[in-house]
Design a protein around this ligand. Structure first.
Ligand code: AP5
Ligand code: MG
Ligand code: ZN
Length: 227
């Protein structure tokens, strides 16, 4: 039985723009699987393995995990997703690439597999908005669902709507780590958007609006790329 070659979409943007929030809402509507490198790292850290401890050394201070490890984990997860969901069209990739080397590694790997990117969504919001969002963010350590104390509260304070677990703050949402993450975004990640713009893949979306409006804008922007 042959499986159609996968087509993938990237969702990029600064820390707190709403990549994870939007990817979770958009992916099921477009038959894509949400794959987040940040979520992959949080899973491995939660497992308590030696690899998890190595990752924590980068993650908690807001530094990038080394490219080779990140690329390998992302590609393994895409392969696993293709085996488990052969009927889906591909992945909505959140949090990758963060630099030009990762962008090129992804392109090489997809070409070798006969797969391709069809669009890159860039979600934007002003810096002050990003900082307010990150300082009030709560996540579910069990299922990964994302909330905000004020802007997107759970039905019962401190409890995940999806699975009932106790919500926590992310270990990298400290002021110091947030500042480092945003600086790395400005220096290394933002320039990658121009690379995708030159390829005609970039679709910019204003993320400084209510969550459901941003979702509608992303789905509309992707309508011509993902049929
Ligand atoms: P990752 O987990 O990807 O974190 P990030 O890039 O720092 O981005 P965030 O998850 O903080 O932002 P988001 O845009 O997803 O915002 P969210 O939807 O949660 O990466 C973490 C770390 O892992 C990195 O620092 C690095 O160490 C490592 N890593 C990951 N990928 C890597 C890679 N490729 N290479 C190397 N290292 C890598 O929303 C934020 C808050 O705002 C939430 O509270 C949400 O409820 C709220 N919110 C969202 N949308 C709205 C809205 N429209 N209105 C009001 N509130 C909103
Ligand atoms: Mg995220
Ligand atoms: Zn949960």
């Amino acid at each position: 039985m042959s499986v159609a070659p996968a087509t993938h979409v990237l969702i990029m943007g600064p820390q707190g723009a709403g990549k994870g929030t939007q990817a979770a809402l958009v992916a099921p509507r477009l038959d894509l699987v949400h794959v987040s490198t940040g979520d992959l790292f949080r899973e491995v850290m939660a497992s308590g393995s030696q690899l998890g401890e190595e990752i924590r050394g980068y993650y908690d201070r807001g530094a990038l995990v080394p490219d080779a490890l990140t690329v390998r984990m992302l590609l393994d997860r895409i392969d696993q997703m293709r085996r488990e969901h052969p009927a889906l069209r591909g992945a909505l990739i959140d949090g990758f690439p963060r630099n030009q080397a990762q962008a090129e590694a992804l392109e090489t790997a997809l070409t070798a597999r006969g797969e391709r990117l069809v669009a890159v969504i860039s979600v934007e919001a002003p810096r002050q908005v990003l900082i307010e969002r990150l300082s009030g963010r709560l996540i579910c350590p069990n299922c990964g669902a994302t909330y905000h104390r004020e802007f997107n509260p759970p039905r019962v304070p401190g409890v995940c709507d999806v699975c009932g677990s106790a919500l926590t703050q992310r270990s990298d949402d400290t002021p110091e780590a947030v500042a480092r993450r945003l600086a790395i975004y400005d220096e290394q990640t933002q320039p990658v958007l121009a690379y995708y713009e030159r390829q005609g893949l970039l679709l910019s979306v204003d993320g400084d609006r209510p969550i459901d409006e941003v979702t509608t804008a992303i789905v509309q922007a992707l309508a011509t790329r993902v049929d």
